[in-house]
Structure formats: structure tokens, C-alpha cells
Design a protein around this ligand. Structure first.
Ligand SMILES: [Zn+2]
Length: 417
């Protein structure tokens, strides 16, 4: 096995992660850098300045994805299908410092090293920054636009987390809706893609393993279930005559972990939102709406989870004498990642003396949109205590450096170095 020829400049990468981590930092301790917010715009400007400083060229597509390349690459090589690597700069509200930022900045660091050392490769390597990964407007907006595209009507119908229309926010930020609707990637323009990301779960840390080689990204389903009963006086209606929507919804929420356990130990189901009407302490709830989010690495099991959730909701509604509305969105299928890229990642980790394990990703990533089109891989590094999407999200600098070096080696091998 060939020894690594190049390593990342770890102090520079750490300085970048630290600087970016100051943008959008709030008093609560976390980072508010939701897409198209002032902080997100500042972060993009900061990223563009880093690219300019390094002498790299940047192209922005119709939805604001940034594609960074080295202008020193010979025209004949630059015309070949590229190796892409990147992630996102946006965060969830009060999120952490490493989700997205690590993959975006490590990819930039890898490209900088290849560029500044004048490493000649058979294919161009590009760093990419995807717009709105966290889905303020649409789940994985930037990579979804590349993979399948959005019509004007779809873009016009998008409403943000804060109730604002995507069209208004996007055009105010200088975006052009027609260009956004025309954004697509030609799969022939790509040779492979690789994304470095924090695990966002506890597995690597618990097992004391340095690198996760992601085998695939779980399938995801979800939506809302609404139990409908009758509003009555809280003091005068005997317990035996109530049609209490919230009591039924409570029984449903309690049943969710049991459904997951019955299907598989890799199944997860979450209810993260409950809304009760009319919402008064002295009125029996007429309606109770609960969210459901369910995930599994296999499509058949995603379907089994959905069927079990529907059955359970209907049975509980019947048991309590209520009506139920089940409104689940079309599920997102699991995205298996490329076996060839997985092999390269595992071999490159081993060549640096790092331990690795094959594992699925329970979280969604832009890579799942690229995976059906082009050979795609993902590298995970440990999250301390498995925490993510919160201010405590953290990864040791040693793991940051290890992950970035495995990414660099993988990109060089994929690009024919
Ligand atoms: Zn992420």
C-alpha cells in the first residue's frame, strides 16, 4: 500500500473551523446560521474570502451552491469528470460548530494543499458548499436542486421555518428564480464525490474507533397524525363519557418505541412536536396532532415502519372512539454508498494507522442526493458523547485532522494521483 504523499495543514484547518464557529454564535452558546440569515451570508462571504486568499476559483450555481476549483489545473484535465468533496455552512437554530462546517472546510483545505503543492492529478478536484442543507426551506435544498431540480412552482411554494417565502428571501439575497429552477448537475461531469462529516451519534466514540466508513444513509419517513375527539367541560364530563384526543395521542406516542423495537434494533421513531386544540386547561382536548419521524437503513423496513405506525394510529383511535387523520409524506429511500469508494476510504485510513468501521448514517446528508447519480462515499469522525444539533456538539482536533487526512488521501486516489 502506498504511503500518504501529502497531509493537511492542521493548524490552518483548526483556525478556519474556529473562525467560522464565531459567525452566528449566540448567547445561548450555540450557532444560529440558518440558511439565508445574515450569519449565513456572512459565513459565505468569509468562505469566499478564504478561497480568494488561496488563489482558487469559485463558481456559484443557480441555487447558490459554491463550486471551488484550482485555476492551475490544465484545461485538458479540468474538462474531465471531477472529484467533488464538500458539505454545508448553514446550521440548525442554536446548532453546533462541526456539523457541515467540518466537511466544507476540510474539503477546502484538501483542495488548497493539492493546489499549493502543485500536485498533478488525472482529474480535477473541486470543493463544494451546498445551500440550505438543514432545510430551512426544503430538505437538502442545494443538493436536491442539483440531483433532481425544482420547478418554478415548487420554488414559489416553499415556505421557511419562520413562515417567510423562499422566493422573497432568495431574491432579496440576490438570487434569480429562473436560474434556480434551471439548476441541475450533469452526472457525466462528476467522477465521484466524498463528504467528511461528524458522526452525530455515539457509535465511534463508544467503540474507540477513529474513522467511520459510511455504508449508506438511512431511509426516512414522517408526517403528522391527528386524533379528533370532542371538546367538553373539564369539570362536568364524567371520565367514562370523554372523547379526549390528547389521551389517545399520548397512548400513540408511548407505542412508538414499541413499534421500533418490534421492527428492528436499527429502527428509530421520534415524536418531536405535539399540538393540542383548543388548548385550554379546563377544556377536554378536541384535537391532538403529533409529528412522527421514522428511519431505517433498508427500504423494506421503512415501509414496515410506516405500515405499523398507520395500524397503531387506527387501532388506538378505535379503542378511544375517536377519528384519526394520518398524513405521512412520501418517504425518502435509503441511499447505499459506493462500495469502491468505501474500500478506498478504509484502505486510506489503514495506511495512516487509523482504525475504521463500516456503519450506516442515521442522519440525512447531501451525499444521499448524489449517491444515485455518481459513486459517492462518506467519512465519519467521532462526535464527543454523540452530541449534535446542539451547542455541545464537539469533535477532538486530533479526529478533525485524521478525518481531513483520510479525505485528502481518498480524493487524491479518486482523482488518479
Ligand atoms: Zn450536516
Amino acid at each position: 500500500m502506498t504511503a500518504p504523499v501529502l497531509s493537511v495543514n492542521a493548524p490552518r484547518l483548526i483556525a478556519d473551523l474556529t473562525d467560522l464557529g464565531c459567525i452566528g454564535r449566540v448567547e445561548a452558546g450555540g450557532i444560529n446560521r440558518t440558511s439565508f440569515s445574515a450569519a449565513d451570508t456572512e459565513a459565505r462571504g468569509w468562505y469566499l474570502a478564504r478561497c480568494a486568499e488561496a488563489g482558487l476559483s469559485v463558481r456559484q450555481d443557480g441555487v447558490g451552491n459554491l463550486i471551488v476549483s484550482s485555476p492551475a489545473v490544465a484545461a485538458e484535465i479540468a474538462a474531465r469528470p471531477a472529484v467533488w468533496s464538500g458539505s454545508h455552512l448553514d446550521t440548525v437554530p442554536n446548532g453546533g460548530q462541526f456539523d457541515g462546517a467540518l466537511g466544507a472546510l476540510a474539503a477546502l483545505e484538501c483542495l488548497r494543499r493539492i493546489h499549493e503543492e502543485g500536485i498533478e492529478l488525472q482529474r480535477p478536484v473541486c470543493a463544494i458548499m451546498y445551500t440550505d442543507e438543514e432545510g430551512s426551506y426544503a430538505h437538502l435544498l442545494g443538493s436536491s436542486a442539483l440531483a433532481r431540480g425544482f420547478s418554478r412552482a415548487e420554488l414559489e411554494a416553499m415556505v421557511g421555518r419562520d413562515g417567510d417565502r423562499f422566493v422573497d428571501t432568495f431574491t432579496a439575497a440576490g438570487g434569480d428564480l429562473d436560474a434556480a429552477a434551471q439548476t441541475r448537475i450533469d452526472p457525466g461531469a462528476l467522477h465521484a464525490t466524498v463528504e467528511l462529516h461528524i458522526e452525530q451519534g455515539p457509535t465511534l466514540e463508544e467503540q474507540g474507533i477513529q474513522i467511520g466508513v459510511v455504508s449508506g444513509i438511512v431511509g426516512l419517513g414522517g408526517g403528522v397524525v391527528t386524533f379528533l375527539g370532542r371538546a367538553d367541560h373539564a369539570g362536568t364530563t364524567p371520565m367514562s363519557q370523554r372523547r379526549d384526543a390528547l389521551v389517545a395521542a399520548g397512548a400513540f406516542v408511548v407505542a412508538l418505541p414499541e413499534i421500533a423495537a418490534r421492527i428492528s434494533d436499527r429502527a428509530v421513531i421520534t415524536c418531536g412536536m405535539v399540538s393540542v386544540r383548543p388548548g385550554s386547561a379546563n377544556v377536554i382536548p378536541e384535537s391532538a396532532q403529533v409529528s412522527v419521524d421514522f428511519r431505517h437503513p433498508e427500504q423494506g423496513q421503512v415501509e414496515a415502519l410506516e405500515a405499523a405506525i398507520r395500524d397503531t394510529a387506527r387501532n388506538i383511535a378505535a379503542q378511544y372512539g375517536l377519528q384519526v387523520g394520518i398524513d405521512l409524506e412520501e418517504s425518502i429511500p435509503p441511499a447505499p454508498l459506493d462500495r469502491g469508494v468505501q474500500k478506498i476510504i478504509a484502505a486510506r485510513a489503514a495506511a495512516r494507522g487509523l482504525s475504521s468501521v463500516s456503519m450506516p448514517s442515521g442522519a440525512g446528508h447531501d451525499s444521499q442526493n448524489l449517491a444515485p447519480l455518481v459513486p459517492t462515499g462518506m467519512i465519519f469522525v467521532p462526535s464527543i458523547e454523540g452530541r449534535s444539533h446542539c451547542p455541545e456538539e464537539n469533535t477532538s482536533w486530533e479526529d478533525v485532522e485524521n478525518g481531513a487526512n483520510v479525505l485528502l488521501d481518498t480524493l487524491i486516489q479518486l482523482a488518479g494521483g
